[in-house]
Design a binder for this molecule. Structure first.
Ligand code: GLN
Length: 192
Protein backbone atom coordinates (compact mmCIF):
# COMPACT_ATOMS: atom_id res chain seq x y z
CA UNK A 1 0.00 0.00 0.00
CA UNK A 2 1.20 3.51 -0.77
CA UNK A 3 2.09 6.09 1.86
CA UNK A 4 0.89 9.71 1.71
CA UNK A 5 3.41 12.22 3.00
CA UNK A 6 2.94 15.99 3.09
CA UNK A 7 5.73 18.52 3.51
CA UNK A 8 4.76 21.76 5.23
CA UNK A 9 5.66 24.26 2.54
CA UNK A 10 5.49 27.70 4.16
CA UNK A 11 9.25 28.36 4.34
CA UNK A 12 12.47 26.35 4.54
CA UNK A 13 14.08 23.40 2.74
CA UNK A 14 10.82 22.01 1.36
CA UNK A 15 12.23 20.70 -1.95
CA UNK A 16 14.92 18.67 -0.15
CA UNK A 17 12.30 17.01 2.07
CA UNK A 18 10.11 16.18 -0.90
CA UNK A 19 13.05 14.68 -2.81
CA UNK A 20 14.22 12.61 0.16
CA UNK A 21 10.77 11.16 0.90
CA UNK A 22 10.15 10.44 -2.79
CA UNK A 23 13.38 8.48 -2.90
CA UNK A 24 12.65 6.68 0.38
CA UNK A 25 9.23 5.68 -1.00
CA UNK A 26 10.39 4.72 -4.49
CA UNK A 27 9.74 1.03 -3.72
CA UNK A 28 6.22 1.69 -2.40
CA UNK A 29 3.88 1.97 -5.42
CA UNK A 30 0.95 4.32 -4.98
CA UNK A 31 2.83 6.60 -2.57
CA UNK A 32 2.48 10.35 -2.78
CA UNK A 33 4.70 13.16 -1.48
CA UNK A 34 3.27 16.66 -1.82
CA UNK A 35 3.77 20.17 -0.45
CA UNK A 36 1.13 21.39 2.02
CA UNK A 37 0.28 25.08 2.23
CA UNK A 38 -3.24 24.98 3.62
CA UNK A 39 -5.07 23.08 6.34
CA UNK A 40 -7.08 21.20 3.72
CA UNK A 41 -3.84 19.64 2.46
CA UNK A 42 -3.45 17.76 5.74
CA UNK A 43 -6.49 15.57 5.14
CA UNK A 44 -5.72 11.88 4.54
CA UNK A 45 -1.98 12.21 5.09
CA UNK A 46 -0.14 9.39 6.85
CA UNK A 47 2.74 11.70 7.71
CA UNK A 48 3.90 15.29 7.59
CA UNK A 49 7.45 16.63 7.36
CA UNK A 50 8.11 19.97 9.03
CA UNK A 51 11.26 21.29 7.37
CA UNK A 52 14.30 23.18 8.49
CA UNK A 53 14.23 26.91 7.93
CA UNK A 54 13.41 29.73 10.30
CA UNK A 55 11.06 28.65 13.06
CA UNK A 56 9.91 32.20 13.89
CA UNK A 57 8.91 32.74 10.25
CA UNK A 58 7.24 29.34 9.87
CA UNK A 59 5.34 29.93 13.13
CA UNK A 60 4.10 33.31 11.91
CA UNK A 61 2.98 31.82 8.59
CA UNK A 62 1.22 28.93 10.35
CA UNK A 63 -0.84 31.51 12.25
CA UNK A 64 -1.48 33.64 9.18
CA UNK A 65 -2.68 30.63 7.17
CA UNK A 66 -5.00 29.44 9.94
CA UNK A 67 -3.02 26.21 10.29
CA UNK A 68 -2.19 26.22 14.01
CA UNK A 69 -5.10 24.08 15.25
CA UNK A 70 -5.04 21.63 12.31
CA UNK A 71 -1.30 21.10 12.72
CA UNK A 72 -1.46 20.77 16.51
CA UNK A 73 -4.20 18.18 16.03
CA UNK A 74 -2.55 16.34 13.14
CA UNK A 75 -3.25 12.62 13.47
CA UNK A 76 -0.39 11.16 11.42
CA UNK A 77 3.31 10.88 12.13
CA UNK A 78 5.45 14.02 12.06
CA UNK A 79 9.05 14.08 10.77
CA UNK A 80 10.53 17.33 12.01
CA UNK A 81 14.00 18.68 11.31
CA UNK A 82 15.81 21.65 12.86
CA UNK A 83 13.29 24.54 12.74
CA UNK A 84 10.66 21.77 12.50
CA UNK A 85 11.97 20.30 15.77
CA UNK A 86 11.51 23.72 17.40
CA UNK A 87 7.91 23.88 16.15
CA UNK A 88 7.09 20.29 17.18
CA UNK A 89 8.19 20.86 20.80
CA UNK A 90 5.96 21.83 23.68
CA UNK A 91 8.23 24.59 24.92
CA UNK A 92 10.89 26.80 23.36
CA UNK A 93 13.06 29.60 24.72
CA UNK A 94 11.68 32.13 22.20
CA UNK A 95 8.24 33.71 22.64
CA UNK A 96 7.98 34.40 18.90
CA UNK A 97 7.50 30.69 18.23
CA UNK A 98 4.13 29.17 19.10
CA UNK A 99 4.96 25.49 19.45
CA UNK A 100 2.62 22.80 18.17
CA UNK A 101 2.98 20.59 21.30
CA UNK A 102 3.38 17.42 19.24
CA UNK A 103 6.41 16.05 21.11
CA UNK A 104 6.92 16.44 24.87
CA UNK A 105 10.29 18.23 25.00
CA UNK A 106 11.76 21.63 25.73
CA UNK A 107 13.92 23.10 23.00
CA UNK A 108 16.55 25.84 22.88
CA UNK A 109 17.02 27.58 19.54
CA UNK A 110 20.48 28.23 18.07
CA UNK A 111 21.99 26.16 20.84
CA UNK A 112 25.48 25.94 19.41
CA UNK A 113 26.30 29.59 20.02
CA UNK A 114 26.26 32.38 17.49
CA UNK A 115 29.79 31.77 16.24
CA UNK A 116 29.02 28.18 15.20
CA UNK A 117 26.97 28.37 12.04
CA UNK A 118 27.18 24.76 11.02
CA UNK A 119 28.87 21.55 12.02
CA UNK A 120 29.08 17.97 10.82
CA UNK A 121 29.15 15.13 13.32
CA UNK A 122 29.25 11.35 12.92
CA UNK A 123 26.46 10.56 15.30
CA UNK A 124 25.46 7.33 17.00
CA UNK A 125 21.69 7.05 16.67
CA UNK A 126 19.73 4.38 18.57
CA UNK A 127 18.43 1.83 16.08
CA UNK A 128 21.14 2.43 13.45
CA UNK A 129 24.12 0.10 13.15
CA UNK A 130 26.57 2.63 11.68
CA UNK A 131 26.95 6.31 12.67
CA UNK A 132 24.89 8.90 10.77
CA UNK A 133 26.63 11.90 9.18
CA UNK A 134 24.60 14.68 10.78
CA UNK A 135 24.69 18.21 9.38
CA UNK A 136 23.79 20.87 11.95
CA UNK A 137 22.91 24.36 10.71
CA UNK A 138 22.14 26.96 13.41
CA UNK A 139 20.58 24.03 15.17
CA UNK A 140 18.43 23.72 18.27
CA UNK A 141 18.77 21.05 20.95
CA UNK A 142 16.23 19.55 23.31
CA UNK A 143 17.18 20.56 26.84
CA UNK A 144 14.58 18.33 28.49
CA UNK A 145 12.38 15.51 27.24
CA UNK A 146 9.03 14.59 28.74
CA UNK A 147 7.36 11.26 29.40
CA UNK A 148 7.08 9.05 26.35
CA UNK A 149 9.81 10.86 24.43
CA UNK A 150 12.65 8.50 23.59
CA UNK A 151 16.13 9.98 23.13
CA UNK A 152 17.74 8.55 19.99
CA UNK A 153 20.90 10.67 19.99
CA UNK A 154 22.65 13.28 22.07
CA UNK A 155 25.81 15.36 21.87
CA UNK A 156 27.44 17.44 24.65
CA UNK A 157 25.12 20.41 23.88
CA UNK A 158 21.96 18.34 24.36
CA UNK A 159 19.52 15.91 22.79
CA UNK A 160 19.48 16.00 18.98
CA UNK A 161 17.18 13.13 17.93
CA UNK A 162 13.96 11.92 19.55
CA UNK A 163 11.01 9.70 18.90
CA UNK A 164 7.58 10.05 20.48
CA UNK A 165 4.77 7.77 19.34
CA UNK A 166 4.86 8.01 15.52
CA UNK A 167 6.72 11.33 15.54
CA UNK A 168 10.46 11.86 15.10
CA UNK A 169 12.45 15.07 15.43
CA UNK A 170 16.04 15.87 14.56
CA UNK A 171 18.16 18.95 15.32
CA UNK A 172 20.14 18.14 12.15
CA UNK A 173 19.06 17.55 8.54
CA UNK A 174 18.50 13.91 7.47
CA UNK A 175 16.91 15.31 4.30
CA UNK A 176 20.38 16.49 3.17
CA UNK A 177 23.19 14.14 2.32
CA UNK A 178 21.45 11.18 0.73
CA UNK A 179 21.40 8.85 3.76
CA UNK A 180 17.77 7.76 4.10
CA UNK A 181 18.07 5.39 7.06
CA UNK A 182 16.20 7.74 9.39
CA UNK A 183 13.43 8.25 6.80
CA UNK A 184 13.09 4.47 6.56
CA UNK A 185 12.99 4.11 10.35
CA UNK A 186 10.25 6.76 10.46
CA UNK A 187 8.23 5.14 7.66
CA UNK A 188 8.43 1.75 9.37
CA UNK A 189 7.15 3.32 12.58
CA UNK A 190 4.04 4.63 10.82
CA UNK A 191 2.74 1.11 10.45
CA UNK A 192 1.12 1.73 7.06
N1 GLN B 1 17.90 28.48 13.71
C1 GLN B 1 16.69 28.09 13.05
C2 GLN B 1 15.48 28.26 13.93
O1 GLN B 1 15.57 28.12 15.12
C3 GLN B 1 16.75 26.66 12.57
C4 GLN B 1 17.80 26.45 11.53
C5 GLN B 1 17.51 25.36 10.56
O2 GLN B 1 16.36 24.90 10.43
N2 GLN B 1 18.50 24.97 9.81
O3 GLN B 1 14.42 28.50 13.43
Amino acid sequence: MGVKVGVLALQGDVAEHIAAFREALADRPGSLVAPVRKAAGLADLDALAIPGGESTTISRLIGKNGMYEPLAGFGGGVFATCAGMVLAADRVDDPRVRTLNLIPMHVARNAFGRQVDSREVYLDVAGLVDPFRAVFIRAPVATEVGPGTEVLARIPEGVVAVRSARHMAFAFHPELGGDLRLHRMFLEGLGV
